[in-house]
Design a protein around this ligand. Structure first.
Ligand code: PSU
Ligand code: MN
Length: 303
């Protein structure tokens, strides 16, 4: 039998053994979602935010054929500076581990690793979803399927506005994934607080979200929950400011023949350029906000 190469940091192992609150964090946002050095600075700030809110952060990545849960400072720095790191989703994880490879974990892969480590809550920026034009390209993120089968509650600022949000919500409904807006009725759109679409569920209290997570397990339901946490008001970018820029970036991606897992990083990078860096400032603010809420949910679950 092959044993899973899963290595927990001392701090994470101890927290899990004591039943303390732990929040998983992904690494693709570091390697493919933000430029250096803001990515490293943000990764550190997100971890600090989780700690300040009373939980232990567990940044997850695959390094030299091992799943690492809780990255030491030097490993985090190396990852943030690397330029040729693989982007690992459900489909890539086993092959990367088996060949001793190194890669950053997407939402889907981070959920799998978190679940194997015994972590129930994961905070990130935005999940992948159904891309615009999916009726032609069939580009639907594996993150959605993962939410349907792996029992981790994922805190995100909704789905990125580069996606087709109505179709993303439809697929989540079909897959039976609870989509819970935190503290408002509308589904947030990453850089903007409102997408104009109602969220299927609303909760105002982290304890309720933790209780619903536990109740799904009691029901014997596989899969997790998506908590859609709106970006703080001071940091949001109006949806109609972004819409034309997103449309432009989309056209460029198509013209350049960008497909598959390169699509999301390409669009994020172009929006960063087109907004003069503002999309990144907003992205950082919403990730920090999600880290805080993730810690509150993890603490409620640990009680
Ligand atoms: N959110 C961000 N930046 C990112 C991502 C999410 O703010 O880079 C990453 C996540 O890792 C997510 C992935 O799982 O993009 C989705 O990629 P794709 O559309 O190829 O499934
Ligand atoms: Mn895709």
């Amino acid at each position: 039998m092959t044993t899973l190469p899963l290595r927990l940091s001392g701090e994470v192992a101890q927290a899990l053994a004591e039943g303390a609150a732990v929040v998983a964090l992904e690494s693709t946002i570091i390697t493919h979602g933000m430029p250096y050095p803001q990515n490293l600075e943000t990764a550190r700030r997100v971890e600090a935010e989780v700690r300040a809110a009373g939980a232990v952060p567990a940044t997850i990545a695959v390094i030299a054929g091992e799943i690492r849960v809780g990255l030491e400072a030097d490993a985090l720095e190396a990852l943030a500076q690397a330029t040729d790191v693989a982007k690992l989703s459900r489909a890539d994880l086993a092959a990367c581990l088996a060949t001793g490879g190194t890669g950053a974990t997407t939402v889907a892969a981070t959920m799998i690793c978190a679940a194997r480590a015994g972590i129930a809550v994961f905070a990130t920026g935005g999940i992948g979803g159904v891309h615009k034009g999916a009726e032609e390209s069939f580009d639907i993120s594996a993150d959605l399927q993962e939410l349907a089968q792996t029992p981790v509650t994922v805190v995100a600022a909704g789905a990125k506005a580069i996606l087709d949000l109505p179709k993303t919500l439809e697929v989540l409904e079909t897959l039976g994934v609870p989509v819970i807006a935190f503290g408002q009725d509308g589904f947030p759109a990453f850089w903007s607080r409102e997408s104009g679409l109602p969220a299927p569920l609303r909760m105002d209290d982290p304890a309720g979200i933790a209780a619903a997570h536990a109740m799904r397990a009691a029901l014997g339901l596989p899969g997790g929950q998506l908590v859609a946490n709106p970006i703080p008001e001071a940091d949001e970018i109006a949806a109609d400011t972004l819409a034309p820029l997103i449309a432009g970036a989309q056209q460029e991606a198509e013209a350049a023949g960008i497909t598959g897992k390169s699509v999301t990083p390409f669009l994020l990078q172009r929006l960063f350029e087109l907004t003069g860096g503002r999309s990144l400032t907003a992205n950082i603010a919403l990730v920090l906000n999600n880290a805080r809420l993730g810690a509150r949910i993890a603490r409620a679950l640990a009680e």
